[in-house]
Design a binder for this molecule. Structure first.
Ligand code: IDP
Ligand code: MG
Length: 164
């Protein structure tokens, strides 16, 4: 399996619970590197609408939008073998109740709120293609040539910043 990047974002409920270090630890212990971290940032409505454009017509979209605007998020780029599907497995299913049943050690199962749909702590890209789109969206960076760029000495694992 090739090394690849994926986009991860700690959502407002994860930031409020101060999960940054715990989440980094999970990635690092699973042979993934956290290669970029952005300072806590409160998103603008437009970027939330763009990011969740596939859900605009859902009845829960207003709740999702106001939740995503309710506090700062932490955008991250994670890198490693099979990073996209590995990170999705580590965060667990979208629905926290389902996560607790099917994947009780996943990040969403451990820290998500089973009684409020949007509050599942963390986002991660669902495909390699979307990972590059989302990295561009939140880091304003083109990583199309991610393999070439990131297999060089430009990789600086930010493990130390995770303060574990
Ligand atoms: P994902 O985050 O696991 O990729 P998506 O279907 O892309 O799942 O949904 C994006 C986000 O929208 C979810 O992480 C969650 O915060 C919210 N969401 C999805 N489905 C529901 C729902 O049925 N009720 C409330 N919020 C939801
Ligand atoms: Mg999704």
């Amino acid at each position: 399996m090739a090394k690849e990047v994926t986009y991860v974002m700690i959502k407002p409920d994860g930031v409020k619970q101060k999960l940054f270090s715990k989440i980094c630890k999970v990635f690092l212990e699973n042979d993934l590197d956290v290669i970029e971290i952005q300072n806590e940032i409160v998103l603008k409505k437009d970027i939330v609408r763009e990011h969740y454009s596939h859900l605009l017509n859902e009845s829960f979209y207003p709740d999702l939008e106001s939740f995503m605007l309710s506090g700062p998020v932490i955008p991250m780029i994670v890198y490693g073998e099979d990073a996209v599907s590995k990170v999705r497995a580590l965060i667990g299913p979208t629905n926290v109740k389902k996560a607790r049943e099917e994947s009780p050690n996943s990040i969403r199962a451990l820290y998500g709120n089973p009684d409020f749909g949007p509050a599942n702590v963390i986002h991660a890209s669902d495909s390699r293609e979307n990972a590059l789109i989302e990295i561009k969206r939140f880091f304003n960076k083109e990583l199309q040539r991610s393999k070439e760029v990131l297999t060089s000495s430009s990789i600086i694992p930010l493990s130390l910043n995770c303060a574990i």
